[in-house]
Design a protein around this ligand. Sequence first.
Ligand code: AMP
Length: 249
Amino acid sequence: MKILVAVKRVVDYNVKVRPKADGTGPDLANAKMSINPFCEIAVEEAVRLKEAGVASEVVVVSIGEKTSQEQIRTALALGADRGILVETGESLQPLAVAKCLKAVYDQEQPQMVLMGKQSIDGDNNQTGQMLAALAGIGQGTFASEVKVDGESVNVTREIDGGLQTVGLKLPAVVTTDLRLNEPRYASLPNIMKAKKKPLDTTTPADLGVDIAPRFEVLGVEPPPSRSAGIKVADVAELVDKLKNEAKVI
Ligand code: AMP
């Protein structure tokens, strides 16, 4: 079985992002970029399925600037077999990404598409769901366990207050949650080997995809900074303030 994994290049989760002075978006100049953490979990799961003999090929796809090749190479070093870059200088919205992925899905005909549940830059949580709808296939989102059983897959989902297991006919889209696995580190020999793995490049135009934006970001601002705390003399004063000023008790 072939697995297609979608990986997004995003600002590294350790970077403290600040908005640009004009509020049009986050300031990413010189910021460290990485694979979106949920996509890394998707790569790990695909590689584990390959190591378990369930999957035969793991293909990684990323949509973005040429620099997204770095994240594809990282995924190849983690164990994926080949990569596809859908190159564009435009910043794509989830529907456009889902349409590009649908075109790659049609070309590659994978039995499963593994994706992150959410990209940590846009916090959209939309692309997997949109891809499943465009492709007319099932979806198991927020997966904390994935068990392939012949022509179907059981996905245990993290939902409010518990777990839900859904059975899906393959092909299907599965989006990963944090507890699905702990991604491995790429070893130096595997990083070297990854440089020789195939990486094809295409474009949204080659795929015949309309990437026109459907919404406009009106502003980006940081959360309000915390005001300074105060010291109270005793418990009685604390209780008084909680009751009469904060009105929380
Ligand atoms: P989102 O809907 O933006 O929160 O993203 C959910 C998932 O969709 C990500 O974890 C990726 O697996 C996939 N995805 C989103 N944008 C891209 C992109 N530009 N290239 C590849 N995969 C993407």
